[in-house]
Design a protein around this ligand. Structure first.
Ligand code: MG
Length: 212
């Protein structure tokens, strides 16, 4: 029995723009420069760690309480924008690949750093498509810690070497490696030196190439 563990943002759906606009309002309010390249560097990074990176040299000016308030403000803005997501926001190739894997009896999970992962899956109509979901609440240790992938394998009832991870972020590729899993880098992470294989989108992947 084999399993495939998908990252969510950047693999099954793209919420980059939504994260960008929410972080941008926080940065603008503080007079901190923040553009799309700064946002890009936050892919797969947890909310609090993203805030630390956004604050940069100014992080010391804020108390923990103020930081939590800023992160909550960002999340409220982000969650309001999630209402615009629909099943049409699934990325290219997702439906075909999930169907193909299902037909081959492969077990499937999502392992995301996002605490909003379940709501996102619901909005894009994929809640019932997976045998297990691990979100940022279940696995609080941020990737590159392997916690999210190890827990996803456990919930699938599989050993790590039986699992393949599909990831779009550097931290996620390293987390999958640390979990002892095969890893396919997609999109932004394509060509990652620690990945077993790479592709620009799921549209290029077949189940046999994925499972290796
Ligand atoms: Mg991602």
């Amino acid at each position: 029995m084999r399993g495939v563990i998908f990252d969510l943002d950047g693999v099954l759906v793209s919420t980059d723009e939504l994260h960008y606009h929410a972080w941008k309002s926080i940065a603008d309010g503080l007079g901190i420069a923040f553009d799309e390249s700064h946002n890009h560097a936050l892919r797969g990074v947890s909310r609090m760690e993203s805030l630390e990176r956004l604050l940069g040299d100014r992080a010391g000016e804020f108390t923990d309480e103020q930081k939590h308030a800023l992160a909550a403000d960002k999340n409220d803005r982000y969650r309001a924008s999630l209402k615009s997501l629909t099943p049409r926001d699934r990325l290219a190739g997702v439906d075909r690949l999930l169907e193909e894997l299902r037909a081959h009896g492969v077990r499937m999970a999502v392992a995301s750093a996002s605490k909003n992962a379940r709501e996102i899956l619901d909005r894009i109509g994929l809640s019932a498509a997976f045998d297990a979901v691990v979100d940022g609440v279940d696995a609080p240790k941020s990737k590159p810690d392997p916690q999210a992938f190890v827990l996803a394998a456990e919930r699938l009832g599989l050993e790590p070497p039986a699992c393949v991870v599909v990831e779009d972020a550097d931290a996620g590729v390293r987390a999958a490696r640390a979990a002892g899993m095969r890893v396919i880098a997609v999109g932004a992470a394509a060509g990652h030196p620690e990945a077993d294989d790479s592709c620009t989108s799921l549209g290029e992947l077949t189940s046999s190439r994925l499972l290796g």
